[in-house]
Structures are given as C-alpha cells and as structure tokens.
Design a binder for this molecule. Structure first.
Ligand SMILES: [Zn+2]
Ligand SMILES: [Zn+2]
Length: 108
C-alpha cells in the first residue's frame, strides 16, 4: 500500500490554487446566494399570502420575479423587492404557463 501523505502538505493540500479557493463552491442558486434570505423577506412583506387577486392562499408559497431575471444586468436589480411578489405554486405556474391572464402584474 502506497503512502500519499507527502502530497497532503504545502501547496497541494486543500483546494487552494494560485491563492484562490477552488474547492466546493457555496450553493450556487441561479438567483444568487442571497436568494433564500430575499425570498423569505418578500413572503414576510406579503403577509405570507398569495398576492393573486382574491387568492390569498397561505400554502405552497413561492416568490416570482415580475420582470424576468434575464432582463436585468445584475441579480441585485432583478432581486429588488419591487420586482418580487409572493404567489402560491398554482398561480406562479399559471403565470409561467400562461394559464391565466397576468397582465395586471405588469401594470406598475
Ligand atoms: Zn416566476
Ligand atoms: Zn394563489
């Protein structure tokens, strides 16, 4: 059995390379590492209720980007609270799959 202990010392140890950490990245959420915190703050702002007119569901809540993330240059702008709204899973999907008319959302 060979011993590789030698390589565990110095530069080869860990995941640092050229001074940069190249190991396991922190969870890379598409909406940014702050997303969990942002999402929770939006739900709180919206009283943990779906904002779809006359829905008001408190179940299966999600947070929707009114203007899609890809239309912004930065995640900070896309995640601005003015662009986020709490919706139940049903109404969130309804918007994305065009089941229901969601033009009211775009009327800012
Ligand atoms: Zn959405
Ligand atoms: Zn709803």
């Amino acid at each position: 059995m060979k011993c590789f202990r030698k390589s565990n010392r110095g530069e080869n140890h860990g995941s640092y390379k050229h001074g940069k950490y190249v190991g396991k990245a922190p969870s890379l959420h598409p909406y940014g590492p702050q997303w969990d915190a942002i999402r929770e703050s939006i739900k709180k702002r919206d009283n943990h209720a779906c904002q779809w007119p006359e829905c008001n569901s408190h179940k299966k809540l999600t947070v929707h980007h009114i203007i899609k993330v890809q239309d912004f240059d930065t995640l900070e702008e896309a995640n601005d609270e003015s662009n986020l709204i709490t919706l139940c899973l049903y109404h969130h999907q309804a918007i994305h799959y065009n089941w229901l008319d969601s033009t009211w959302l775009d009327m800012a």
